[in-house]
Design a protein around this ligand. Structure first.
Ligand SMILES: Cc1cc2nc3c(=O)[nH]c(=O)nc-3n(C[C@H](O)[C@H](O)[C@H](O)COP(=O)(O)OP(=O)(O)OC[C@H]3O[C@@H](n4cnc5c(N)ncnc54)[C@H](O)[C@@H]3O)c2cc1C
Ligand SMILES: *[C@@H]1O[C@H](CO)[C@@H](O)[C@H](O)[C@H]1NC(C)=O
Ligand SMILES: *[C@@H]1O[C@H](CO)[C@@H](O)[C@H](O)[C@H]1NC(C)=O
Ligand SMILES: *[C@@H]1O[C@H](CO)[C@@H](O)[C@H](O)[C@H]1NC(C)=O
Ligand SMILES: *[C@@H]1O[C@H](CO)[C@@H](O)[C@H](O)[C@H]1NC(C)=O
Ligand SMILES: *[C@@H]1O[C@H](CO)[C@@H](O)[C@H](O)[C@H]1NC(C)=O
Length: 746
């Protein structure tokens, strides 16, 4: 599902990578903490007054090459309701404003004297008062100034509409990214801060307030004997966990490598809201501190044990037969998926959560247009005009999925070695034969190299972006991507000779569900303060109930009801629409007053049958990104989804008290969809970058290699019917059975 204050979990701080540096700006001597985006060359810096000194402000700067037409800095990250500071050059000056979705009144922003525009750059140094806490759509939002945060930036090479007007409209950013920032270390003394805030230079920069320097001598690089493995599985997301578990169950000697640290409490994670401390219990909701996102992929992906399943919404659907049908791009040999899907169901049974809140209202919307009620996962193939309770991969009111099941049995086996906090850089190969993997961890092999046994195999399970990038870095993929790797300072020298490059369409023809949010109000809905309080000050009774027996509101994430139907497009092709209904909303766009406590969202997605395709790849910094967005490339996809939504809205008049507030009555549905920000169409359900029969063969072996396999979302050739984690794990069950049966292996 999409990102919101909806469904995410609490996680540990262990293994957090902070992509953050402190630097002194030579123009003014100010010490800033921040980052420079290597692709666009824009620097984002912040410096803060001391903690607990009564300030509600900071100083920041943006230094951008002149090609940057506007740039935004979002200190609290890309999350909802977050302060965005936008600036651009105009006529020798820098024009700026503070926004959320609209211009924000509270913050008082002053440009400091070092702001300038010269021939090559523009630079905005600013003081941002009333900027530590601001008014979000659903109450106050604060920067985590005494802890960690994920800050974001936005960049555009398209100018704003009216450059002289600070309130100018501007289009969608052409790029964005985020990075971890340790706000707790970004403070200077009061006298120093006050001088800078008054526009004075000088003052010796304080020694950086740091954690005590360890006095132990540096650990010598270990000498480790090479330990060969039968199978090396790269990535402990849902696909990697299923694969590693089944391989070790079969007695193979397995290395499972994961770049992130622990997640759930049962795996050593300790990140909890205060109200749960002292318990070993978890909630499905997150705070505003999402350190677990991969910082080198510019869409949301979890870099932590469990991958996406450690942080996702947990919606869990058993795959219908169509998910593995030849008509949807699968080889004939895959269509009898049921034995494999059954193995998944045995390990992770789905749970739905009968509850009346919200369901009755949406039910009244759906019944008049012919939908019927069902237990969705009891009839995976029955998706025509059906609705039912949302189903989850949670067990006993706790986040579970593959982490509490497959991972648990896998790590208990002596023939499986799990290596967290370890990044695989590339596979090592001699022509078509893979000999091992190169990691950044000298403790698991000499210089980080881990060899395979004589007949050993490597399986990439690093996700749609991660596996594609690993292939590029191993000399496999389109020439334009491999040329980028070749030009990279550290990755370039590790590429095989150009004569050994393997040309395959890695990254091409990807898809993701385009999705559109509709926001309603109804007096029977409890919007639950839009979930904004669940981390810091939850409703007492619900918190107590969850602590007591893991039941109640916190025992699941926010979705309440799901529905599906098929729709024929003007091209006569059948596409499926999914709906997910939940209390609360990511954003409301209406000028009219509305009942805030009664908002709910229906997200409509287009799934199986979708014809649009995009392309993913890497940029010069090797950041994984969409090179071509996959949503609504084919106008018939858009037209079909609009048709489905129109049918849904035709029913609003049958439900007393139901009001559509986004889009409201000042715009048409067509205009709303046409002007929907492109990035918001993203559902984080990317598949297809290493499609079966295009990049991997029907046994999931990468073409033109002897012993390299890919098992994850990237091999799925077209959109599954529902949110994909169930289909991804059923894919892994079937893939690993085929790999074990394939001759020539260990
Ligand atoms: C915010 C969000 C919400 C979502 N909600 C839902 C939902 O409700 N229901 C649903 O079904 N789906 C949901 N999804 C999608 C689902 O989580 C993903 O499709 C799924 O996790 C993909 O599985 P995967 O195994 O292919 O890859 P991933 O889950 O991405 O796992 C890849 C793993 O590999 C590791 N890795 C990557 N590169 C390397 C490397 N070089 N070295 C070592 N390790 C590496 C990563 O750290 C990660 O652990 C959501 C996704 C997001 C981002
Ligand atoms: C223009 O400004 C940038 C950013 O401060 C600086 O690096 C560059 O040297 C300046 N150029 C000139 C010609 O002063
Ligand atoms: C690579 O493989 C070839 C045979 O395919 C072999 O002759 C050669 O020695 C190998 N090179 C290395 C470095 O292992
Ligand atoms: C991508 O999809 C198009 C049609 O959608 C098809 O013609 C083409 O062969 C596909 N290419 C790859 C590399 O899968
Ligand atoms: C607003 O919604 C709540 C339910 O969330 C309801 O109890 C209340 O009566 C509604 N207020 C108005 C003015 O409709
Ligand atoms: C649009 O909706 C608002 C708020 O519900 C209402 O006040 C207004 O009269 C409506 N306008 C039209 C033209 O229906």
């Amino acid at each position: 599902m999409k990102l919101g204050y909806t469904a995410l979990t609490l996680l540990p701080l262990v293994g957090l990578a902070i992509a953050q540096d402190s630097y002194i700006d030579p123009d003014n001597g100010i010490q800033f903490w921040g980052t420079t985006d290597p692709v666009h060359g824009v620097t984002y810096g912040y410096t803060l007054p001391p903690l607990n000194a009564g300030y509600d402000e900071f100083i920041g700067e943006i230094v951008a090459p002149i090609e940057a037409k506007w740039v935004g800095a979002s200190p609290a990250g890309g999350m909802l309701n977050n302060l965005l500071l936008v600036a651009w050059p105009n006529d020798g000056n820098v024009v700026f404003s503070a926004r959320i979705a609209r211009v924000l009144e509270g913050p008082k922003i002053t440009s400091l004297p070092w702001t300038k525009v010269n021939a090559s750059h523009w630079k905005w140094v600013y003081r941002c008062q009333n900027c530590i806490t601001w008014e979000g759509a659903n109450g106050p939002v604060s920067l985590p100034i005494d802890g960690f945060g994920a800050s974001a930036w936005a960049y555009s090479n398209v100018a704003v509409t009216t450059p002289s007007d600070p309130a100018s409209a501007f289009g969608q950013h052409t790029d964005f990214g985020f990075y971890g920032l340790d706000w707790s270390s970004a403070h200077v003394s009061k006298s120093q801060y006050d001088a800078w805030a008054a526009g004075e230079t000088g003052g010796e920069p304080e020694p950086t307030p740091t954690t005590p320097v360890p006095t132990d001598p540096p650990t010598p690089t270990p000498t480790v004997a090479p330990t060969p493995y039968d199978y090396i599985v790269v990535g402990a997301g849902p696909a990697g966990l299923v694969t590693a578990d089944r391989l070790s169950e079969a007695g193979k000697k397995v290395l499972l490598v994961e770049r992130g640290g622990p997640s759930l409490g049962s795996t050593g994670g300790t990140y909890q809201p205060a109200w749960l401390q002292g318990t070993n219990v978890q909630t499905m909701f997150q705070d505003n501190n999402p350190f677990w996102w991969c910082k080198d992929i510019n869409v949301f992906a979890g870099c932590i044990l469990g991958g996406g399943t450690a942080i996702n919404g947990g919606l869990y659907w058993y795959p219908p037969d169509s998910d593995f049908a030849p008509a949807n791009g699968w080889p004939e040999s895959w269509k009898n998926h049921q034995t494999h899907t059954n193995k998944l169901k045995q390990r992770i049974p789905s749970t739905d959560r009968p509850s009346t809140d919200g369901k009755a209202v949406v039910e009244r919307l759906l019944r008049p247009i012919g939908y019927r009620d069902a237990v969705i996962n009891d009839y995976p193939n029955f998706k025509e005009k059906v609705f039912g309770y949302s189903a989850f991969s949670f067990i006993d009111g706790k986040r579970a999925g593959p982490i509490s099941t497959y991972y648990k049995t896998a790590v208990a086996r002596p023939n499986l070695f799990y290596s967290p906090n370890t990044v695989v850089q590339h596979v090592v190969r001699n022509g078509s034969k893979i000999t091992g993997v190169q990691t950044d961890n000298p403790y698991i092999g000499p210089g980080g190299f881990v060899p395979l046994t004589e007949k050993g195999r490597v399986i990439l399970s690093s996700g749609s972006f991660g596996s594609a990038r690993l292939l590029f870095k191993s000399g496999i993929g389109p020439k334009d991507m491999l040329d980028i790797v070749k030009g990279h300072a550290t990755a370039g020298p590790n590429l095989p000779e150009e004569t050994d490059w393997i040309d395959l369409p890695v990254g091409e023809n990807v898809s993701d569900n385009p999705s559109i949010n509709l926001v309603f109000t109804h007096p029977e809905i409890d919007a639950y303060e839009n979930w904004a309080q669940v981390w810091s000050s939850p409703r007492q009774d619900d918190a107590a109930q969850y602590v007591k027996d893991r039941s109640g509101v916190f025992a699941h994430s926010s979705p309440r009801l799901n529905f599906w139907r098929s729709i024929e497009g003007s091209d006569k092709k059948v596409r499926w629409m999914q709906g997910t209904a939940r209390p609360g909303a990511a954003s409301v766009e209406t000028e009219f007053p509305y009942n805030k406590t009664a908002i709910f969202t229906i997200t409509t997605y287009l799934s199986t049958g979708i014809t649009s395709r995009g392309r993913i790849g890497i940029d010069a910094a090797l950041t994984g990104r969409a090179l071509k967005n996959p949503w609504f490339v084919d106008p018939v996809d858009k037209e079909t989804l609009v048709k489905g939504i129109n049918e849904l809205l035709s029913s609003v008049r049958f439900v007393e008290g139901l009001k559509l507030i986004t889009p409201d009555n000042t715009t048409t549905l067509q205009n709303y969809v046409d002007s929907y920000p492109t990035g918001n169409l993203n559902s984080n359900h990317w598949v297809g970058s290493n499609s079966i029969l295009k990049v991997v063969d029907e046994n999931t072996k990468v073409y033109k290699t002897d012993n390299l396999f890919v098992v994850d979302a990237s091999i799925i050739p077209s959109m599954p019917m529902g949110n994909p984690q169930g289909t991804i794990m059923a894919t892994a069950e079937q893939a690993v059975a085929k790999i074990l049966a394939l001759s020539g292996g260990p």
